[in-house]
Design a protein around this ligand. Structure first.
Ligand SMILES: [Zn+2]
Length: 483
């Protein structure tokens, strides 16, 4: 790390600098160890949990999934956890090497060219981006050609993988380059409220990307085929029943890369698409497919995606304000490995601090996500009129994706964006029973009981969302929704 020369001069200023230096480094290190250490322990806890469950089918899946599939799912998820542990340790080593000497070395190198601040900053990020992409590549290869191939999911050869990788690196570089240019220009102009202007620019940028994503970006990676015929009619009818304007329904050739399945809705109003993986359409029945769609529609109608967008915008505004407050303090830069103060260094240092400080916010977001998933499940029960179609679809997807057959309480509570399968099946059934009771008492009394009305209106009451980005599908990612 770059200690400013202090003790020889022993100036008051120097003393302050080195004290702050120690404190910033110490606070960051403490948060880092706490956060990463906790997640590492959880990975091992989950591995132990899975190991103890080999060779038997959990009660809620008896008769629906065989023991071989459970064991396959346990082997697959254990392999993924191992990869997570190793890549986490590698990332930690890399981060501390950068803080220790990497940032200062790279910074001196690009500053030495004597360019103006904007191109210097962009060159710094380009070099850092390339180095980080190269450093994470072995783990991506291990994941795709090791874990995913071994468990029968990968359908891509090395050539296809590298074409995809090049495309995403170029695209990611353009998007990140655009955002960083905007930020660095605003910071460089040093106006009092630069962060407000930067927020407005970035917010518009985010909305444009959300609009362009399904229309311009996704077709670069996949082929979309419009769904036609009777199935399309049924999909449109269901969407119409819940008063959601469907623009277009597609299947996507997900099978070109992976045997995993999913479904999602993307796009802003006017360019919305419902997309099913071709693997999903092949593997589940039509009523199940419609129930999956109803769940996705639920997220839109209940305003989940709109709320998520508002939260992320509010978070971005708060971050930019805090960045403005902290970017004038040299001790921040020195504490995390930068010898000199610059706008690009401010972004790196602030990003590192925030990634540790915001870990609890990430957990809170996942808790809210689980709540939203339960609400979307209830919405689907209302829309299709029974809890079994979605329940059966979830079991089929769990089987096909080899999702974790269960998770340790702590692991589930911390990581999962979706509730466990067992809980979802039970709460959908319970909700359907309540609906039944409500409609029976309505028939008998000629009126709806207040308690039951609330339950159903809970869903109806919020049916007015017009939301934006993509949901991750009814089962989220594999292994019960852990990212
Ligand atoms: Zn969902």
């Amino acid at each position: 790390m770059n200690c400013p020369p202090v003790f020889s001069s022993a100036s008051v200023m120097g003393y302050v600098v080195i004290m702050t230096f120690n404190i910033v480094t110490a606070v960051f290190a403490a948060l880092f160890v706490l956060h990463q250490g906790f997640e590492l322990v959880l990975d091992f806890v989950q591995m132990g949990y899975l190991k103890a469950r080999r060779g038997r089918v959990p009660k809620h899946l008896k008769g629906r999934i065989d023991v071989e599939t459970i064991d396959k799912a346990i082997a697959y998820n254990t392999d993924k956890l191992r990869l997570s542990v190793v890549s986490r340790l590698w990332d930690a080593a890399l981060l501390w090497a950068m803080v220790g000497f990497g940032f200062a070395w790279l910074d001196a190198l690009v500053e030495g060219l004597g360019w103006p601040p904007l191109p210097t900053g962009l060159l710094f990020f380009a070099a850092l981006g390339c180095a980080l992409t190269a450093a994470s590549l072995p783990f991506e290869l291990w994941s795709v050609f090791g874990v995913e191939t071994r468990h029968g999911f990968n359908r891509q050869g090395p050539a296809g993988f590298f074409v995809d990788k090049m495309k995403s690196v170029i695209l990611g570089g353009l998007l990140a380059g655009g955002m960083l240019t905007a930020l660095l220009v605003m910071m460089g102009r040093a106006e009092r409220f630069w962060w407000l202007i930067a927020f407005a620019v970035l917010a518009v940028f985010q909305l444009v990307v959300a609009w362009a994503f399904p229309v311009l970006i996704m077709p670069l990676f996949n082929t979309f085929t419009p769904v036609e015929g009777e199935l399309a009619q049924r999909i449109k009818k269901l969407a119409k029943d819940v008063n959601f304007p469907v623009d277009r329904v597609f299947t996507m050739d997900g099978s070109r890369r992976t045997a995993h399945s999913n479904a999602f809705i993307v796009g802003l109003p006017g360019a919305r698409r419902i997309v099913f993986y071709d693997t999903l359409v092949e593997k589940i029945s039509e009523p199940q497919l419609l129930a999956v769609l109803a769940h996705e529609l639920g997220h839109f109608k209940l305003g989940h995606l709109r709320k998520r967008l508002i939260f992320s915008m509010a978070g971005m505004l708060a971050m930019l304000f805090l960045l403005d407050l902290s970017k004038g303090t040299p001790s921040f830069y020195h504490g995390l490995g930068f010898a000199a103060v610059s706008d690009h260094a401010a972004l790196v240092v602030f990003g590192l601090m925030v990634s540790e400080l915001l870990a609890p916010a990430g957990w809170l977001g996942r808790c809210l996500s689980r709540r939203a998933e339960r609400a979307a499940d209830r919405f689907a029960v209302d829309a299709v009129g029974n809890p079994d179609d979605l329940g059966d679809a979830l079991v089929a997807l769990t089987k096909q994706n080899l999702s974790s057959p269960g998770s340790h309480k702590l692991y589930r509570g911390y990581y999962n964006t979706h509730p466990g399968l067992k809980g979802r099946l039970a709460s959908m059934r319970q909700y359907a029973q309540q609906r039944e009771k409500v409609s029976q008492s309505a028939e008998i009394d000629g009126a709806v009981s207040p308690e039951g009305a609330d339950q159903v209106n809970d869903v109806d009451g919020e049916r007015r969302g017009d939301a934006q980005l993509a949901d991750k599908g009814p089962v989220g990612n594999i292994d019960e929704g852990k990212k």
